[in-house]
Design a protein. Structure first.
Length: 94
């Protein structure tokens, strides 16, 4: 089952600060997550907020490494992954 993906306003705002090519690659990874969230995520833990799932992904682009840790929840009807936010480590300031 494929889930819909919905970004919170905060996540969308942070994503918009990244270069378009990196945004596109990140959205491709969220699409991959939507196809298999159970196997690609784990329960959140400190220092992240409790009650969420974590999805970690590393993207190599133009010789630079970009690491994302995505916090998400399943919607009540379990058809949507609600992306609360993400932590980013890489050469761009957010």
């Amino acid at each position: 089952m494929r889930y819909e993906v919905e970004l919170s306003p905060r996540a969308y705002e942070r994503l918009s600060k990244l270069p378009v090519t990196l945004q596109s690659r990140f959205l491709e990874e969220l699409e991959r997550l939507s196809e298999s969230p159970v196997s690609l995520s784990r329960p959140s833990h400190l220092p992240y907020l409790p009650g969420f799932q974590l999805f970690s992904v590393r993207i190599e682009l133009d010789g630079e490494s970009h690491t994302f840790v995505v916090l998400f929840k399943y919607s009540q009807d379990e058809t949507t992954l609600w992306i609360h936010g993400f932590h980013y480590a890489g050469p761009y300031a957010l």
